[in-house]
Design a binder for this molecule. Sequence first.
Ligand SMILES: Nc1ncnc2c1ncn2[C@@H]1O[C@H](COP(=O)(O)OP(=O)(O)O)[C@@H](O)[C@H]1O
Ligand SMILES: Nc1ccn([C@@H]2O[C@H](COP(=O)(O)O)[C@@H](O)[C@H]2O)c(=O)n1
Length: 264
Amino acid sequence: MSEADLPTNDVKIKPFLIGVAGGTASGKSTVCKRIMERLGQVDMDQKTRQVVSISQDSFYRELSPSEISKAEKGQFNFDHPDAFNQALMYDTLKDILNGKIVQIPAYDYRNNSVSKNEILTIYPADVVLFEGILVFYFPDVRNLFHMKLFVDTDSDTRLARRVPRDINERGRDLDQVLNQYMNFVKPAFEEFCSPTKQFADVVIPRGADNSVAIELIVQHIRDILDVGKRPLNRGQRISPPKLVSTPDSSPSKKIGDHLFKRPH
Ligand SMILES: Nc1ncnc2c1ncn2[C@@H]1O[C@H](COP(=O)(O)OP(=O)(O)O)[C@@H](O)[C@H]1O
Ligand SMILES: Nc1ccn([C@@H]2O[C@H](COP(=O)(O)O)[C@@H](O)[C@H]2O)c(=O)n1
């Protein structure tokens, strides 16, 4: 696509904004990737959707010199809500919802800071996924989402994935990963992340392995985008999905136990 084909700031595209929360290494990015792949494909109605995914990690706040030296020793708490620039996160999501083009830095885990060189330009899209450990923690951010997903993967699996990932991709050594996990990641998950599961519309057990849940979610998003056979880009407010219990289901909101019902 050439620059000329891209929407300008004058075109008001109101994306369908989806929050994807879950513990570290639960599979949030992988679930987003699967949703993007499925929604981005030509479907039976010959439609493709523009879908982008943004990481909450791009909104870690700048650290002071003393915090930087703590971070280098694995002694800074990146799992606490105070580690994020909440105002920037909110303003950026508002801009996205208002159809603006925004620029978001990639996060550099090796330097514990946002990247100065790798800046992602996010153009208005039909669907925007925003994933991170605490995307449902801040009420003003949480209230912006049209749909909220929580990726629920057991903590042993998450730790087993996090250790090799942090060593191979984030420049950490084993001691640092385990100390950080025990001192900060695990307690903060229990205090700040896990309780936000209650805000999810859909809980996805086993993350990206749960292809049934992902397919149901993708089909539901397609249904919402197609309501009234109008493109989403006309600024119309879309109702969040409703989940309706089957007669014999438990009160849990896990997707396998419930049927989707389209908003009236
Ligand atoms: N279903 C899965 N099976 C095996 N490995 C997975 C699965 N989902 C994610 N991973 C791996 O686990 C690590 C963390 O996954 P990721 O999707 O980045 O999690 P998060 O975004 O929640 O941190 C990555 O190395 C990824 O390749
Ligand atoms: N400089 C940093 C910043 C963040 N982390 C850890 O990343 C985790 C969140 O990313 P996920 O992909 O795992 O969701 C979070 O648990 C932080 O501990 C870090 O180690 N260093």
